[in-house]
Design a protein around this ligand. Structure first.
Ligand code: SAH
Ligand code: CA
Length: 229
């Protein structure tokens, strides 16, 4: 993400962060954000403003049971685990153990490790396994998807069976650095495949009457879906 995010100017983004976001960001999240910024892929981490929105949603629906696909160093995971109640649970899936290990000391320091079940794997087989268990079906309050863009449409079908009616699924990066609205030829080659996936996903979600949707420009674009039926 460029420093302006998707807002009109970098100054406006900075204004939002400094006025409304950073003063409220928990110390441990700040620390993890600072450490993650030194990682070569640090730009992938959830932005603090997007995190603030996730925490608001989690609280509004009293989320107790959550699932996260795409953990990286764990900013959104730490935030989720800090926000849900003491007996809340979150299944967190990512094949990158090394990145997860960077965030692990912060999880331990926060004393919220008991809420987290980290699964070191690609998400697809884990979701399939969960779906085999009737106790897991329709049981999650909240899902956050922030992983391989090519799989979002597949995750959507599976998550609609795991998240309960009234529950929330949030998809991250749905505006893909603004490239979704650009001509393909003007988009750098390395961004094209995910741009295509996000464009397809946005159409699919808009046409899916099983969910209410809300497209936000926070971070790199986030789409909130609420399961209706
Ligand atoms: N939510 C994180 C950022 C995630 S970045 C944060 O707040 O910092 C995207 C992550 O998706 C990477 O860590 C990558 O390893 C993971 N990923 C890629 N393919 C995946 C898959 N098939 N299943 C689950 N995670 C995947
Ligand atoms: Ca992301």
């Amino acid at each position: 993400m460029g420093s302006e995010g998707l807002l009109r100017t970098p100054e406006l983004r900075q204004y939002v962060l400094e006025t409304s976001v950073y003063p409220r960001e928990l110390e441990l999240l700040k620390e993890l954000r600072t450490v993650t910024a030194t990682h070569p892929m640090g730009i992938m981490a959830t932005d603090a403003d997007a995190g603030q929105m996730l925490a608001m949603l989690l609280e509004m629906i009293n989320a107790k049971k959550a699932i996260e696909i795409g953990v990286f160093t764990g900013y959104s995971l730490l935030l989720t685990a800090l926000t849900i109640p003491h007996d809340g649970k979150i299944i967190a899936i990512d094949p990158d153990q090394e990145a997860y290990d960077i965030g692990l000391p912060f999880i331990k320091k926060a004393g919220i490790g008991h809420k987290i079940n980290f699964i070191n794997s690609g998400a697809q087989p884990v979701l399939d396994k969960l779906l085999e268990n009737p106790d897991e079906q329709d049981s999650f309050d909240f899902a956050f998807v922030d992983a391989d863009k090519v799989s979002y449409a597949k995750y959507h079908e599976k998550l609609l069976k795991l998240v309960k009616i009234g529950g929330i699924i949030v998809y991250d990066n749905t505006l893909w650095m603004g490239t979704v609205a650009m001509e393909e030829e003007s988009v750098p080659e390395m961004l094209r495949e995910s741009r295509h996936c996000m464009r397809e996903l946005n159409k699919l979600l808009a046409a899916d009457d099983r969910v209410r949707i809300c497209q936000l420009p926070s971070g790199d674009g986030m789409t909130i879906c609420r399961r209706l039926c």
